[in-house]
Design a protein around this ligand. Structure first.
Ligand code: MTE
Length: 390
């Protein structure tokens, strides 16, 4: 008895046998011990899974990059795996010369690689009324962040001789069955929009738009059209179905807001978060993510008493524009019940609102663009749960 740790004292099988040969798995996969870390869908959220969401497991990710196999998915009509040799990308409308590009045509052009977050406008939507879902995977998991590689849309618009006097907007169209079409301002199109094929150093995954998708930094996910097949230059917004029936914000007085595309500054604590258990009192690293569609995150404050007192968290580098920023804060849990919150600020000076502040302006009937402060309650037992704090 008391003879020490078996794991140290007895030689382990992996130390006393030959390992697997190289390239036993030509395309690597995670350890079988990580099988619980998965994208998850919420059963019953939509009538068929082909038009649903698979949420990214934010609680199990480190740093700011989302691994490709865990990037959230949102399809309106299922995902497709398009043969790149059969894919065509067209630019038409108010251009001197409409053009059709093959993937080869595109991939020989000057490319850029940029790290940006993508967040669905409906992320955190169920939380408008009350604490609705148990974990950060479901409250905030329509969020991912990758290094995207592709050709700036500005290069292609120049190649086709876009009429920048009359052309104030572009329409992006996908090749899947959902007829996904979105209006994007010419200002954004010429700024940092990318026609991308690369994601974290490899080709896009089919679920995320292989072989081509639009990257629209800072703007809600729906505008990041997947399986991108066409850009049209026009002089007014198109009012497409996904800009009129969906993706409008109901506001008080029977009105709605349209084309509210920027994802405002937001943050969330990913550990400890709903569904997790603090095993013991003592030191605990509070860690989370902050982001803003308007630029860089400049500060994140963390409260352990439901918003009465705040301490400034450490921002871990790199802090990039329109990109997730990881924050950490040292904390000692004394075993009493507490409410954890984070509050982010961006370079425009905008501060993430409390739920009550957001509802005062936006009412209670909205779905999209909920960037309110998230609250997690740690009970005496160490169990962490989602709670609503005004
Ligand atoms: N593009 C097409 N062609 N079809 C779609 O269904 N879904 C949009 C957008 N682009 C969609 C699309 C929505 S609503 C979001 S939030 C993002 O893609 C999700 O991107 P992801 O599946 O790569 O996470």
């Amino acid at each position: 008895a008391g003879g020490g740790d078996e794991m140290i004292l007895t030689p382990r099988p992996w130390s006393t046998s030959l390992g697997q040969p190289v390239a036993a798995r030509p395309y690597g996969v995670p350890s079988r011990y990580e099988a619980n870390l998965q994208r998850r869908q919420s059963p019953g959220l939509t009538r068929v899974p082909a038009s649903s969401v698979a949420f990214a497991p934010l609680q199990g990710l480190f740093g700011i990059i989302t691994p490709n196999g865990l990037h959230f998915e949102r399809h309106h009509q299922g995902w497709v795996d398009i043969d790149p040799s059969q894919h065509r990308f067209m630019i038409n409308g108010l251009v001197a010369q409409p053009k059709v590009y093959t993937m080869d045509d595109l991939m020989r052009l000057p490319s850029v690689s940029r790290i940006h977050f993508i967040e669905c406008g409906a992320n955190t939507g169920p939380e408008w009324g009350n604490a609705a879902v148990p974990t950060v995977q479901y409250t905030h998991g329509m969020l991912s962040c990758c290094e995207f590689t592709g050709v700036p849309l500005s290069v292609l618009l120049e190649d086709c001789g876009a009429d920048l006097k009359r052309g104030k907007y572009v329409l992006a169209e996908g090749a899947d069955g959902s007829s996904m079409t979105r209006t994007i301002s010419m200002e954004a199109a010429l700024d940092d929009v990318i026609v991308a094929w690369g994601m974290n150093g490899e080709m896009l995954r089919p679920e995320n738009g292989y072989p081509l998708r639009l990257v629209v930094p800072g703007v809600q996910g729906v505008s990041w059209v997947k399986w991108l097949r066409r850009i049209e230059v026009g002089d007014q917004p198109w009012n497409a179905k996904d800009e009129t029936i969906h993706y409008v914000d109901l506001v008080p007085g029977g009105q709605h807001r349209q084309y509210t595309s920027i994802q405002e500054c937001k943050s969330v604590i990913t550990t400890p978060s709903g569904g997790q258990v603090l095993l013991d009192q003592g030191f605990c690293n509070i860690s989370g993510l902050a982001w803003s569609g308007r630029g860089k995150v400049t500060q994140v404050d963390v409260s352990t008493d439901g918003g009465r007192n705040w301490r400034t968290a450490r921002l871990e580098g790199p802090v990039l524009t329109k990109c997730l920023t990881r924050f950490n804060m040292d904390w000692v849990w004394d075993g009493s019940p507490v409410i954890l919150q984070s509050r982010a600020q961006d370079e425009t000076g905008y501060v993430q609102p409390r739920s009550g502040q957001l509802r005062e302006v936006r009412g209670t009937r909205s779905i999209y663009h909920n960037n309110a402060i998230q609250s997690w309650r740690v009970a005496e037992s160490g169990e962490v749960s989602n709670v609503h704090v005004e």
